[in-house]
Every structure is written in structure tokens, then in C-alpha cells.
Write a protein that binds this ligand. Sequence first.
Ligand SMILES: [Zn+2]
Length: 266
Amino acid sequence: MNFSLKTYNRLLEALKAQRYDFLTFSQYVRKRSAGELLPEKLVILRHDVDKRAKNSTDISNIEYSQRIKATYFYRAWILNEPAELLKVKELGHEIGYHYEDLVTAHGDASLGIEYFEQNLKSLRLLASVTTICMHGSPKSKYDSKDLWKTADYHRFGIEGEPYFDMDLEDVCYLTDTGGCWDGYRFSVRDKMPPKYQRQWEANGWKYHTTEALIRAVEAGTFPPHAMLTTHPERWTDNVPLLCWNQTVQTAKNLIKYLLIRLRKQA
Ligand SMILES: [Zn+2]
């Protein structure tokens, strides 16, 4: 089962057995900006909580039982039902903001910044937040990262944003977007520049299933430094839900693929 919690647990076990260290995203950013040496083998576990916050809590419990800390980026809707976020925070994981304020503001940058500041302030009443990460909003024509064309997130006490603050020459980026680990061709925004994607592929760091990823870790061919992004709503031991997710994902990939092609033609 590609995205079952049992498989996720096995992935963590494999990484630990191969002596990978785990840093939260803020720990990585701090080490990098201080010029400190990174662990020889490093994984940053990033979770984009788009929906179903309960699934994130399930994942966070697995990590906690393995004494691993990860980073959870929550969208602003969590402010209306913060109970699951608080559980994840209690386990010592990092809480970040999964922002989409330029989309919410329909492209109005100054209104977007206003929303961003309000949401960040409210989130900080629940947890200390020093990192942010863009939510892709594939259906929108606006890219929330563009908020930072005219503003600087450091001004809000934010230390890092994965799309700007990772050394991609050093850290390989892998995401479950598209329902597989090599679905970047279906991804509208959750992907890194093609230059790096080609480098990683040339190194053989391209995996379709979680099983393939585990095998690479066990074989010692997995990248020494990687960020693994998951969308916890996909991860469950509920078999009917896993099947449903797969069906929806196939349809979504087709739509996203067409969107990407249409935008290229426009
Ligand atoms: Zn997202």
C-alpha cells in the first residue's frame, strides 16, 4: 500500500537504520544560515496539511514514536478548528504556515500581505511560527509565492520558505504530489526548477512508489540530503479511503496536466 501509515512507518525505520538524521525545516534553515556543517545523511520531513488535519496527527504520532521531529505547514482554515494542530505541537513537531494569501486576495498584493499578517498573527497564538511554505492552489492563476516579489517575509519574523531557502545543489526535493514520488510533471506549483530536477534524475533519484523509495534507502542509493514532502490527507490505513484517493488523484492529474499544457500555450 503506497500511502498507508504502515508503509510510512517502514520508510522512517529504513531511514533510521541507514543512520539518517532528521532536522525540522527551521533547524535546517538556521544551520544553513549560520554556515554550520549539516549531518552527513539528512532528511527534512515536511508535511503540507491541505485538508483532513486528523491524518496529520496520525502521521505525527508515528514520528513521535520513532523520536523524529517533522515540520507541519497548516493552511489558515486550521484556525477555525485548531485541536489537531495543538496535538501535533504537543509532540514537539514544528508548526509552520501554509499560506495562500495572494490567491485569497485575488492577486491584490497589498491585500494579500494584510491577510498574511493577520493569519500569521492568529497562528502564533497557537504555536511559535518561524517558517512558511506556499500552498500551490493549482486551480488559481495566482502563485502565492509572488507575494514576495514586493515584500520580504523576514520582516514578519519568518526565517525560511522551502521554495526560496533550500540549497537545491545539496538537498534533493521529493514530493508525493500527484499520488506518486515522481509526479512533478502533474504538479502545477509544487516542484523545483527543472535544472535541479534533471540533476536529481541523472543521479537516479527518481522514485515512483514509496516501496521504491524504501528500497533505495536500504540499498544506500537514496540522496544523502533530501526533503520529503507529504500531504498527510493521502496517508491512511483505511483501505477504501486509499482506493478513493487513488481514483480522485488519477482524475486530478489529468486536469492538472491539461492546465499546465493550456498555460504553456497561452
Ligand atoms: Zn498545499
